[in-house]
Design a protein around this ligand. Sequence first.
Ligand SMILES: C[S@@+](CC[C@H](N)C(=O)[O-])C[C@H]1O[C@@H](n2cnc3c(N)ncnc32)[C@H](O)[C@@H]1O
Length: 302
Amino acid sequence: MSFDWNRKLLKYHLASALRPDANTALLQGLAKTALDTRAGRANDRYNVPVFLQYAVGVNFALNLDRLDTVLELGSGYSSLLWGTLAPEGTRIFSVDGKPVDAYDIREPLRAVAHRVRFVTGPTLTREQYRAFYDGQTRAEFLGLPVAALREHLGPFVRPAQRSPYAAALDLPADSGALAPAVDARLFEGGGLRCLSRLLPQPWEADARFCAPQGPTALDGVLAEAETFDAVFYDCGEFSTLPEWTLTSGRIRPGGLAVFHDVYFPKSVKTFLLCALLAASPDWDVLYHDTTTPQGLLVARRR
Ligand SMILES: C[S@@+](CC[C@H](N)C(=O)[O-])C[C@H]1O[C@@H](n2cnc3c(N)ncnc32)[C@H](O)[C@@H]1O
């Protein structure tokens, strides 16, 4: 796959890596283009590397031979990038339980609303959420033997500061001790423990984002769009795994899955999916960011 950068973003990306004050320059640039209108935005300059990682994911999609339909799960800054950079004809759906008007960046989001279809509502019903997290320890996870996933988990386990998941599981902060401790918590008898059993409190808390019954906002999108050229997974901590089961089959061969928050125990959102795709014969991992605490992974369906 050939890869071209949007030149402006490349400039910011390099500047951000090479010059300590460049993030401020990027924010000033965003303010000038009216993309960033928050009060006190200078205080948010530490989030810029995350924004640039989103930009990397979007850039991969822009390099596809065709980009007809994009699905984003979890709206926000990333929606601004899709809305500003995707070609005119691309259909972009962005699903989130939070309405656009509730965002501090509502003005720039409204400004791209002619390009991005913001679909407000839950991605899952409570029944779908609970059915996925059935409490069982699994020998197979989403079609692959757990042994294969376990072998590929290493790159997605990293020490995290102030992680509620690390605290709940009593994980050590030391990187040498972390990997064996994570392995001991996640696996029993060669099987993968269910996250709902490992982390019952945050799992129960996330259930509140789900709909009492369907159809959900995501059902609406899936009824309208047959296949996706790219899906960006950046929604709920526990909702992302069941969202994957509903959407991944719709990613066309050659299409992309882009994951944000790929490290455990900072997040539980996508680390299992990233290990799964690294192990899977059906996917090629094209990119894995190790420079931000959240990380990003881009994989292409074979
Ligand atoms: C990490 S944020 C998204 C960040 C966004 N991509 C950005 O660039 O700023 C996750 C979002 O997922 C939404 N969310 C979490 N669980 C959800 C669910 N089950 N259904 C719909 N939205 C959900 C939250 O409202 C939140 O806005």
